[in-house]
Design a protein around this ligand. Structure first.
Ligand code: FCB
Length: 449
């Protein structure tokens, strides 16, 4: 258990928790919601490790008031959730499902009634299936459709949402969803997935313009980042690491911050049309950073289809996901963003940070998760150190409030501050919840520094 007092954070620092629609809402066929790419993927045998789906998940759609009360008890000042596009527009475009918008309207009001800032992500991977059938993000038309959907949601919620996040982790959606086939929609295009990157970014830029045209903001995007470590000392290893750096950390951030696409990846950029890069580079109010762990890379084997090999990063404790626990990686990453992008870097909020452990209730029904406490303690200190290094970090959102449905891992990975019994839907705050509640309470009491 950490014992040293947590250092102070700047006045107004945002303390939050983060979730996404498909992972918690359930109610897959309720009140007019349409099918999504994740419904289709999860229902395909062999795709999800435990054969489950998000059909019910945490039943948050019906239990949102209980979940907002849990947030209020934690003392967070913000909640990052995602809007399910297929709940609002069951076919992706055209007819609006009023009940879907009503749900988010109720959720936002409930948050505000508890003094919690609503932070809304517009796309957290659950594409309406009819759009997927039309090519999904490989189809350029999905970009303007995303902007039209963003406009519609902003028309309803824009007076109350405190921060918009357009896309969640476009890199992971491209690489795991379209490159490797591990996530929906399950395509295995490897580097031919580049149009998915470009069309997501174009959709982002068009959505930013749509939100601003409504006078709604501020606006950001949540990217996944991973500091790259080289294994092996050869020039080929260093080149592989540089390539991976360009792919994971720069492919999205460079064009967002006005630098265009990194050229060293050798992508076929036929999808990029005149004017697109200017749309994509619309100024951001916030850069969302999702950080879980660094990545170790070495030169590829001769027959590898990729220009790098990913290898396990050894020498660190590991989570139940087998991810290495490297709090300093977050400080390193924030420093890298600060040095690489300088004045172009907007204020940063850590939009996701967290860990999975096999948390189970003890005989008294309590859930002790000391490893998560140590994890959060280390990562919060890393954020504070990065602020001392000069990086403008204005918030930290824990992934996640609740144990939830973890994509291809189904219900086997528990990331919550709150344990969920998926049979009864009983919520039990873990010891990390009590720990974080005390940290937030102390931080909000402290005089600003
Ligand atoms: C991130 C996703 C989030 C969750 C965490 C563990 O990549 O954005 O939905 O799955 O990983």
């Amino acid at each position: 258990m950490p014992t040293a007092p947590m250092p102070q954070f700047p006045a107004g620092f945002r303390w939050g928790v983060s979730t996404s629609a498909y992972q918690i809402e359930g109610a897959a066929d309720t009140d007019g919601r349409g099918p999504s790419s994740w419904d289709t993927f999860a229902r395909t045998p062999g795709r999800i490790i435990d054969g489950s789906s998000g059909d019910v998940a945490c039943d948050h759609y019906h239990r949102y008031a209980e979940d907002v009360a849990l947030m209020a008890g934690l003392g967070v000042t913000a909640y990052r959730f995602s809007v399910a596009w297929p709940r609002v527009l069951p076919t992706g475009a055209g007819t609006v499902n009023a009940s879907g918008l009503d749900f988010y309207d109720r959720l936002v009001d409930e948050l505000l009634a508890h003094g919690i800032d609503p932070v809304a992500t517009l796309f957290h991977w659950d594409l309406p299936q009819p759009l997927e059938d039309a090519g999904g993000w490989l189809n350029r038309d999905t970009a303007p459709r995303f902007a039209a959907y963003a406009d519609l949601v902003a028309a309803r919620l824009g007076d109350r949402v405190k921060l918009w996040i357009t896309l969640n982790e476009p890199f992971i959606h491209m690489s795991l969803g379209h490159g490797m086939g591990v996530h929906a929609p399950g395509r295995t295009l490897l580097f031919d997935a580049f149009p998915v990157a470009h069309h997501q970014l174009l959709g982002h830029g068009l959505a930013v313009a749509a939100l601003r045209a409504r006078g709604s903001g501020p606006v950001g995007i949540a990217n996944n980042y991973s500091p790259v470590r080289t294994v092996g000392g050869s020039r080929a290893d260093a080149a592989a690491a540089a390539t991976y750096e360009a792919l994971h950390n720069r492919l999205f951030t460079d064009p967002l911050l006005g630098r265009g696409y990194p050229t060293e990846l050798g992508f076929d950029t036929a999808a990029v049309r005149d004017g697109d890069l200017a749309v994509i580079a619309a100024p951001l109010d916030v850069l969302g950073v999702n950080y879980y762990h660094p990545t170790a890379v070495r030169a590829p084997e001769e027959d590898s289809p990729l220009p790098f090999d990913l290898v396990p990063l050894t020498g660190y404790p590991r989570t139940a996901f087998d991810w290495p626990v490297v709090p300093d990686g977050l400080r390193e990453l924030l420093g890298w963003l600060h040095r690489s992008y300088g004045a172009e870097l907007p204020p940063v909020q850590i939009t996701e940070s967290g860990c999975a452990y096999d948390d189970t209730p003890d005989a008294d029904g309590r859930v002790h998760d000391p490893d998560r406490i140590a994890y959060l303690d280390g990562h919060l200190r890393a954020v504070r150190a990065a602020i001392d290094d000069g990086v403008d970090v204005t918030g930290y959102f824990v992934w996640s409030l609740l144990d939830n449905w973890e994509w291809a891992e189904g219900f086997t990975k528990r990331f919550g501050l709150v344990h969920v019994d998926y049979h009864t839907q009983r919520r039990t705050p873990k010891s990390s919840y009590a720990w974080l509640r005390d940290v937030i309470a102390a931080a909000r009491r402290e005089p600003p520094r």
